[in-house]
Design a protein around this ligand. Structure first.
Ligand code: NAD
Ligand code: IPM
Ligand code: MN
Length: 356
């Protein structure tokens, strides 16, 4: 059996803590199930690497990553380096160039997670689809007259027909694969009269290919209200890179904690390895304390297994995570008192039960 070859980039802050936790869990899963093998190669890119080498990734970084089946990523960002330098140096230097254009962020409440929503509204089950290669993250724009009174800065949100069509089609397909067959397209086409209007037009046109999917449009501001007030009226949601960045943090909080939220950066054409990472960042405030919630990275790893064809192992891992959360083995962000290693141990013990 050929092992799954995974590049692990732990990165900064709590990244190494949650990635190491996840490697332990995946190795236990592989050992207990015996249905797949998995091989991790540590890739040391991050702020320490930057401080030694003056850059976050080497010239041949993309060639290196292309040798793997997938990438497991922790987080990047450090208190003593400007965020735009670290993020454009590492994470965004992978997502865009590898054309990982579909960022999929499932959001679900499960037993053991405490939602700030009241119990009647609590049952969230959403699939957020984020455009991951263009829009506000296209890197276009600049500054002129730096430091002068008439300094100006632009941040250009660039959208292309190809880029919009492929993510809208991906979102309709995602919606079609789910029981509710329902998609909400998020834009801001009342005030943004070019790119956002193109999104609306393309959504209406692609929708014709999916007569079995019910779809609607929401302005992003109104969407925040709907997510809080009528969470059960939503299922699959698609939007731009920036809109879905913001909505996915809100969604994670509504489901209980940013610490459990997973994300998949997919190249649906499968020409490049896809990258899996928790939604959260480096979390400077808890780094080194051993209390980071590893569940967002576990869940991302489950998505990775599924993407690589190991659906049974993926489902089993998800069930074990849910069991452990339901039994109260959760970190402080979910109201519990476990540290990271105790959650790892509880999930590994749950996995071991699969083998008995
Ligand atoms: P953050 O997600 O790092 O932290 C926000 C809050 O959530 C903090 O209070 C943190 O303690 C808590 N939190 C996050 N993950 C947690 C976990 N697993 N368990 C328990 N609590 C958790 O967001 P931020 O503070 O805005 O960003 C910190 C740094 O991380 C910045 O440099 C930012 O640019 C970077 N960042 C990186 C990524 C990434 O690498 N994918 C994502 C977001 C932010
Ligand atoms: C995320 C993060 C990143 C983003 C940052 C750190 C560049 O917030 O993955 O949600 O904005 O995409
Ligand atoms: Mn974010």
């Amino acid at each position: 059996m050929a092992p799954l070859r995974i590049a692990s980039i732990p990165g900064d802050g709590i990244g190494p803590e949650v990635v190491s936790a996840t490697i332990q869990v995946l190795q236990q899963l592989s050992k207990t199930l015996g249905t797949f093998e998995i091989d991790f190669t540590h890739v040391p890119w991050g702020t320490d690497y930057y401080k030694k080498n003056g850059r976050y990734i080497p010239d041949d970084a993309l060639t290196t990553l292309r040798q793997f089946d997938a990438v497991l990523f922790g987080a990047v960002g450090a208190p003593d380096v400007p965020d735009h330098v670290s993020l454009w140096g590492l994470l965004l230097a992978i997502r865009g160039p590898l054309q990982l254009y579909a960022n999929v962020r499932p959001v679900r409440t499960f037993p053991g997670t405490k939602s700030p929503l009241d119990t009647a509204k609590k049952g969230i089950d959403w699939m957020l689809v984020r455009e991951n290669s263009e829009g506000e993250y296209s890197g276009q724009g600049g500054r002129s007259h730096v430091g002068q009174q008439w300094e100006a800065a632009t941040e250009v949100a660039m959208f292309t027909r190809v880029g919009i069509e492929r993510i809208i089609r991906f979102a309709f397909e995602t919606a079609q694969s789910r029981p509710k067959k329902q998609l909400t397209v998020v834009t801001k086409s009342n005030s943004m009269r070019n790119g956002m209007v193109l999104w609306d037009e393309i959504a209406a046109s692609v929708a014709k290919e999916f007569p079995d999917v019910t779809w609607d449009k929401m302005l992003v501001d109104a969407m925040t209200v709907r997510m809080v007030m009528k969470p059960q009226s939503l299922d699959t949601i698609v939007g731009t890179n920036l809109h879905m960045d913001i909505l996915s943090d809100l969604a994670a909080a509504l489901a209980g904690s940013i610490g459990i939220a997973p994300s998949s950066n997919l190249d649906p054409t499968r020409k490049n390895p896809s990258m899996f990472e928790p939604v959260h960042g480096s979390a400077f405030d808890i780094t080194g304390k051993g209390i980071a919630n590893p569940v967002g990275t576990f869940w991302s790893a489950a998505e990775m297994l599924s993407w690589l064809g190991e659906k049974d192992a993926s489902n089993k891992l998800l069930v074990c995570i849910e069991e452990v959360c339901a039994a109260g083995f959760v970190t402080a962000d979910l109201g519990g008192s476990c540290n990271t290693q105790q959650v790892v141990d509880a999930v590994c013990a749950e996995i071991q039960k699969l083998g008995t």
